[in-house]
Every structure is written in structure tokens, then in C-alpha cells.
Design a binder for this molecule. Sequence first.
Ligand code: TYC
Length: 131
Amino acid sequence: MMTMTYLTQFNPAIQLVIRSQNDGNDDEHQRGSSIREALAPDQAKIKPPPLYRVILLNDDYTPMEFVVEILRVFFGMNAETATRVMLKVHTEGKGVCGVFPKEIAETKASQVNEYARAEEHPLMCDIEADD
Ligand code: TYC
């Protein structure tokens, strides 16, 4: 039994087998949950992390090219996507740069704000729950 628990926790192939038993009707779903609970009680309780949107706010002074650079460097966007998001923020007041687990969202927003301040731009980045 110990061996099974170890395998289901750490062997992705076995996790896949258990997950596939959960596809289908509710009875099967229940049974899948019990099997998972029996084989790996800790894993059965793991929930995906809550997600947060990283939001960019418009202002009247930050140059458009700087905002595009931010979106490319910190959020991995290509020039076309970065320009589209920048223009959305410019015209609508705010826009989403990406959605991440809380700690990553907080880190990205801080890095953007610190970089903008270091370059003496008033650009503001914030986070909000993605629900
Ligand atoms: N409104 C700014 C300008 O006209 C451009 C801008 C876009 C600033 C997006 C901030 O998050 C922003 N230069």
C-alpha cells in the first residue's frame, strides 16, 4: 500500500490513469475521487491556486513605446500583441497583461512598477482576483 501511495503521488503516468477514471458520469466521478483519496489522501485535497490578473493602468505621460517594451519584456508578448494591449489600456483606461498565481502576479506588478519608477514614468501596474 505504501508503494501505491508513493507511485500515485510522484508518477505522472499513474496520476493520468486515475484522472481518466474520473471522466464520465457522477458515479464514476465519485468512485474516482474515492480511489484517489484512498491511494493518495494528501493529493486528493490539492486545489489549483487562486489566480490573479495583472492590470496595467493608463496615464497621460508614460510613452507608448515604453508600455510596449514593458509588455514584451515582463509578459513575453510579441510586438503586435503588446501594441494591441497598450492601445486598449490607452483608450479604455486599463487592461490585462496576464493571469498568474498570486505570488507571481504580485512579483510581476512590483517589477513593472519599480522599472517604471527607475525610468521616471508614472505607469502603474496592479493585481486583482480573477475569480
Ligand atoms: N496614455 C499614454 C500616452 O498617451 C500611453 C499609455 C498607455 C500609458 C498605456 C500607460 O498603461 C499605459 N502616452
